[in-house]
Ligand binder design. Structure first.
Ligand code: BTN
Length: 241
């Protein structure tokens, strides 16, 4: 199919730029700066100028919405694969959307649905990766974080973007064909939560348990005293306009 590229110096959020009429399959929106970068759960994504990678890919799929639970996971796997190709190893994935290194956040994934059209759903795959965070932006970040350039000083944003896009194309094709199940062994290799004590927060509720991997739909498996409980990300919002 056709690819298109929309490069912006400034935008509110690359995910927003792809919504609605801006959407096209295989359209990649890249920005140098986001004035309203968003993370999951309504959080801000700190997006200073000329520091990091902020991009969103439009992806149209025939898969039913119930099968998209594993999508942000395979996007994470494609990013890990790309980083491995660039000699960055030791990166882990924290379900459902965090890319981490030794417990510090390297990047995040925000998958959203923009609506449906005849013959498919419109999915927006948004990714932010810390490459060389401007130091004056650092204090706004609430969690522990790290830059790719600390792991590989010679890395460039261009190199990372190209390599990630190449890996992502093949992972998306494979995901469309075979679903998430075929990625389970690969997920196990990078699953930061596996066998760790975790707490799942659902609204006011807290459920404690131990990470037991993910299931064939990409749901998190929490080992509790009462057996294994699947947890759904529940953050993929479906909007029709
Ligand atoms: C998270 O970890 O909470 C997800 C972060 C996703 C950030 C990216 S940056 C490009 C795209 N545009 C946004 O507004 N958010 C995503």
């Amino acid at each position: 199919g056709e690819f298109s590229l929309d490069l912006r110096l400034i935008t509110n959020s690359t995910n927003e730029k792809l919504k609605g009429e801006g959407f096209a399959h295989n359209k990649l929106v890249v920005a140098e700066y986001q004035s309203a970068g968003r993370g999951r759960r309504g959080r801000q994504w700190v997006s200073p100028l000329a520091s990091n990678l902020y991009w969103s890919l439009g992806w149209k799929t025939q898969l039913p919405v119930q099968q998209l639970g594993g999508l942000s996971l395979i996007v994470g796997l494609a990013i890990v694969k790309a980083l491995n190709e660039l000699n960055i190893t030791g990166v882990e994935l924290k379900w459902p959307n965090d890319i981490r290194y030794q417990g510090r956040k390297l990047g995040g994934i925000l998958v959203e649905l923009s609506g449906d059209m005849v013959g498919g759903l419109q999915v927006i795959i948004g990714v932010g990766l810390n490459v060389h965070m401007a130091s004056n932006a650092a204090e706004a970040i609430e969690q522990e974080w790290i830059n790719l350039q600390e792991l590989e000083p010679t890395i460039s944003r261009q190199q990372v973007l190209i390599t990630v896009m190449q890996c992502l194309q093949s992972y998306l094709a494979h995901f469309s064909e075979c679903g998430f199940e075929s990625f389970l062994p690969e997920w196990q290799n990078y699953d930061e939560c596996y066998n760790k004590k975790v707490a799942i927060l659902q609204g006011e509720d807290v459920i404690n348990g131990i990470g037991a991997g993910v299931d064939a739909n990409g749901a998190f498996l929490l080992q509790t005293g009462k057996g294994i409980k699947p947890i759904y990300a529940g953050e993929v919002s479906l909007r029709f306009r």
